[in-house]
Design a protein. Structure first.
Length: 265
């Protein structure tokens, strides 16, 4: 066997404090909103790069979104990844988790020769956790979800994934090729390597594929391939805090505070 070939599926998401939803289309608004790599995907990147450090693996990035995402994705190159594949086509827009996993699976099939696919456990803007197992289903690969640590045996060509369960942990083993999702905060993502930052932003580091470049059926991608429907939007009510101001000297304030605490116990 040769070196490991790892693909990390990375999503670029709006910064949490800037998430907005279009009331007409009921989709996330990207214009004028700062973006970042999905935080759980940073843990997936760290796991992949740790395996690269151990085995000399090739680590590619696969993402889906507009060309503007390139700048965010190149951070992964500056961390130590090798190449970016970006699925960018208006035909992919509006995809729910079903259409997204189908499109990503077709991208992975086109890259070929992949041994391990790694993802974060969920996205910060959707938080469904459906993409890792859904992708494994499309690819017909075994999967271990929410791993905190992995051990790769190149002699047997298997992966053992450790994950937490109530009262302890369990270790599951799957053969390659396989899909892994990484539990959020399972590791500490590394900083970018400033010695390769200029390389990461050179031309030729990103391959962009549209729908016509993949072996996709159009009814399975984008809105047409998304059975999930957002039927309505509602703003969650915010309960105002009860503000009580205490006056007097320290002894009086302490007495008032004690009475308030006692009244709610």
């Amino acid at each position: 066997m040769g070196d490991l070939h790892i693909v990390v599926c990375v999503k670029v998401v709006p910064k949490p404090e800037e998430i907005r939803v279009d009331p007409e289309t009921r989709m996330l608004m990207r214009e004028g909103v700062r973006s970042e790599i999905n935080p759980p995907d940073m843990n997936a990147l760290e796991l992949a790069l740790t395996l690269k450090d151990q085995f000399g693996a090739r680590v590619d990035i696969l993402s889906m979104g507009p060309p503007s995402f390139e700048t965010n994705l190149r951070v992964a190159l500056a961390m130590g990844c090798d190449h970016i594949y970006l699925l960018s086509d208006h035909a992919f827009s509006g995809a729910d988790t079903l259409a997204t996993t189908y499109s990503l699976a077709k991208g992975i099939e086109k890259i070929t020769g992949i041994d391990i696919v790694i993802l974060g456990e969920e996205s910060s803007d959707g938080a469904t956790g459906q993409v890792p197992p859904g992708l494994a289903e499309w690819l017909d690969m075994p999967a271990i979800t929410m791993v905190t640590d992995v051990d790769v045996n190149l002699d047997r060509w298997v992966v053992q994934g450790k994950r937490e369960i109530k009262g302890g942990y369990e270790i599951l083993e799957v053969s390659c090729p396989c899909v892994l999702s990484v539990k959020t905060a399972a590791n500490e993502p590394r900083f970018i390597d400033f010695s390769i930052k200029s390389w990461a932003f050179e031309d030729g580091r990103v391959t962009v594929w549209g729908a016509s470049d993949l072996d996709v059926e159009e009814e399975y991608i984008g809105l047409s391939g998304s059975p999930t429907i957002v039927s309505d939007l509602a703003e969650a009510s915010v309960r105002a805090r009860k503000n009580i101001f205490l006056d007097g000297d320290p002894v009086e304030i302490a007495s008032q505070l004690a009475n308030i605490i006692q009244s709610v116990l």
